[in-house]
Design a protein around this ligand. Structure first.
Ligand SMILES: [Zn+2]
Length: 244
């Protein structure tokens, strides 16, 4: 559960910072760095170690090396936005303490603290190499990809490239079909008030749930494109891909 929490809350903004491939590389380094550290510190143990803990701590290490001032929502004492710097150092200090007390008592620990630290350090040290030529400069201070200003600039970006829907024909009418009764109102609202990306996306998602593909009756989905959200047939995008 702890690993899932970290991977979800820290991993998502870090992936936005790094892009998918670089993020996958960081994850792998944390994973193997963690396993390697476990091996070194447990040479007498017959148990192999393979787990997401090193990878989860690796995300902290990488994020700390790259964008320590990003603020991400995290349940640490309180659920609120915390700077990555605090979160990463807090987790690191906790693990040093736990690893030390485990070694001191010479007890096997159920949680591989050494793996956590190994993953953290490996990712921290290698991040500058990995992030080279990536989407964001190291140490850039804009509050982080999930901050309100980052979100606002993302929405402005979508708004400037979004297709105009005020003079567009809905897909049912375009195919000479009657608009299903269940979606008539939301379709009208979408066409009338969808010059804001958030509103357009919300109405699109509503339509996708309430309607079926006009060609094959399959479920619909919403895809986010640079031209704004698109309604698509989940089986064959050629059936419905609107607005084009
Ligand atoms: Zn279809």
């Amino acid at each position: 559960m702890g690993n899932i929490l970290v991977i979800a809350l820290v991993g998502v903004p870090l992936e936005q910072r790094l892009g998918t491939r670089r993020f996958a590389l960081v994850y792998g380094i944390g994973l193997f760095g963690g396993s390697f550290a476990w091996y070194v510190f447990n040479l007498d143990s017959g148990n192999p170690s393979l787990g997401a803990s090193g990878a989860a701590f690796g995300l902290f290490g990488a994020y700390l090396a790259g964008w320590p001032k990003d603020e991400i929502p995290f349940p640490l004492i309180l659920i609120r936005k915390w700077p990555v710097l605090y979160l990463a150092l807090f987790y690191f200090a906790m693990e040093v303490y736990r690893a030390y007390s485990t070694l001191g008592l010479n007890q096997a620990s159920d949680v591989a603290h050494m793996a956590h630290l190994g993953g953290f350090l490996a990712a921290y040290l290698l991040l500058p190499l990995i992030a080279k030529n990536g989407p964001y400069l190291l140490g850039v201070e804009d509050g982080g990809p999930t901050s309100s200003s980052g979100e606002r600039s993302r929405l402005n970006q979508i708004r400037s490239t979004m297709v105009d829907m005020s003079n567009i024909v809905d897909p049912w009418t375009a195919k000479g079909l009657e608009i299903p009764r269940t979606i008539r109102d939301s379709l009208r609202s979408l066409l009338a008030s969808a010059d804001e990306p958030e509103t357009r996306l919300a109405w699109m998602e509503h339509l996708a749930e309430a309607a079926k593909c006009p060609d094959c009756q399959a479920n619909l989905g919403v895809v986010e494109r640079i031209s704004g959200p698109q309604l698509q047939c989940s089986v064959e995008p050629e059936h419905l891909n609107w607005p084009e």
